[in-house]
Design a protein around this ligand. Structure first.
Ligand SMILES: Cc1cc2nc3c(=O)[nH]c(=O)nc-3n(C[C@H](O)[C@H](O)[C@H](O)COP(=O)(O)O)c2cc1C
Length: 363
């Protein structure tokens, strides 16, 4: 017991690489999958700021099965995103296996399975966190997916459905037996949604029970917290979600210890690039609504005056937003130019035969 405590108090180097099966992950920071957030621009920015692994938001296997155009749009992978996990959710092993084949064909290095989503729309279909209450089916899904693809399969889960549940400790080892190469634990119950605190003592217990890397998700927002979660749990990596929203600089602080506040020019430049890339991915119509929450995330934190933020949120088109940002921070122009020059050619993405052409080139 004491020995364990001593060996774990050693500081972990967040810049050290680690492995999920044959996939090398260059840092011990993973960018969380977040529905409505983890677009390509978010993931690629995460890589630039030090995330060793990025993940798509959860993708419906039923949507993939029916070749739903919007769902297929989630399978767009850039050359600079690797290593990348694409997360799928569903409740039917066969449909999940087919979906896994599609995401690998699209370029995923890892297939991640969602056993954590607490939202009723998902759980009422028998998917997401409810599978923690149905270990047989959960294992059948992991087994079917692992058999279907030759890349590693990971699972992201909550502690269980109800407050105080320890289901993850019973189910986790069985999922590994069924073929999971990594487990990510967000140790809140499904009932808790995002309230309360992540109880990483469960993460430490899970680490003791399985011989695959465990990723710790929940409430990591600083280097100090990342170090303490890694040291006290023995997890291979930390995952960061909300802390990175509109704040890639938090990732840099966590990985490198560089806690310098970004200048207004840097903030405006990152936001402008984010806007342009998101418009390219979602099209102007969807992007203009989707981006509004990001304006608050980027421009808040005392970076810009509140009236400026309010003005930006009310503008109708993304062109108007970009013009207004350049006017407020003229020095952003040269930074945007440099960042855009570093982006890979957008035509250099894998095109699946089954994808409708209209989802490429801005649609
Ligand atoms: C807006 C939002 C969307 C999320 N969507 C997903 C998702 O699609 N798949 C998933 O496994 N977790 C999802 N999560 C959970 C996060 O991945 C993460 O486990 C959780 O937010 C705790 O980490 P944090 O404290 O660093 O945010 C989402 C969280 C948020 C806030």
């Amino acid at each position: 017991m004491i020995e364990g405590t001593i060996s774990r108090s050693v500081q972990v180097d967040l810049r050290e690489s680690w492995w999920i099966g044959p996939v090398e992950i260059p840092t011990r920071l993973v960018l969380a999958p977040m529905a409505g957030v983890s677009v390509q621009a978010f993931r690629r920015q995460g890589r630039r700021y030090g995330a060793g692994l990025v993940c798509s938001e959860m993708v419906s296997c039923a949507g993939l099965e029916h070749r739903n155009e919007r769902t297929l749009g989630y399978l767009r992978v850039g050359r600079d995103e690797h290593p990348l996990a694409i997360q799928i959710f569903g409740s039917e092993p066969r449909v999940m296996a087919d979906a896994a084949r599609m995401v690998v064909a699209a370029g995923a290095d890892i297939v991640d399975i969602n056993f954590g989503c607490p939202v009723r729309k998902v759980t009422k279909t028998g998917a997401g966190a409810t599978l923690l209450d149905d270990p047989e089916r959960a294992c059948a899904i992991v087994g079917a997916v692992a058999d279907a693809v030759d890349v590693p399969v990971s699972v992201k889960m909550r502690r269980g459905l109800d407050n105080g549940s320890r289901a993850c400790l019973q189910v986790g080892p069985r999922l590994v037996e069924a073929g999971a190469a990594t487990l990510t634990l967000h140790p809140r119950s499904a009932r808790q949604m995002s309230t309360g605190e992540a109880d990483h003592s469960l993460t430490a217990e899970l680490v003791e029970l399985v011989d695959v890397p465990v990723i710790a998700s929940g409430d990591v927002i600083s280097r100090a917290r990342a170090q303490s979660v890694l040291a006290t749990t023995g997890a291979a990596a930390v995952m960061v979600g909300r802390g990175a929203q509109g704040n890639p600089w938090a990732l840099r602080e966590i990985v490198d210890g560089d806690g310098a506040e970004p200048s207004r020019e840097e903030v405006a430049a990152e936001l402008i690039l984010f806007i342009r890339e998101t418009v390219r991915e979602l099209g102007e119509h969807r992007a203009s609504g989707f981006l509004k929450k990001f304006y608050g995330w980027y421009l808040g934190r005392g970076r810009f005056p509140r009236p400026f933020k309010q003005e930006i949120v009310q503008l109708e088109t993304t062109d108007e937003v970009v013009t207004r940002l350049f006017a407020a921070a003229p020095g952003a122009a040269s930074i945007v130019e440099r960042l855009e020059a570093e982006l890979p050619d957008p035509t250099d993405e894998i095109l699946l035969d089954s994808m409708p052409i209209s989802i490429y080139g801005g649609g």
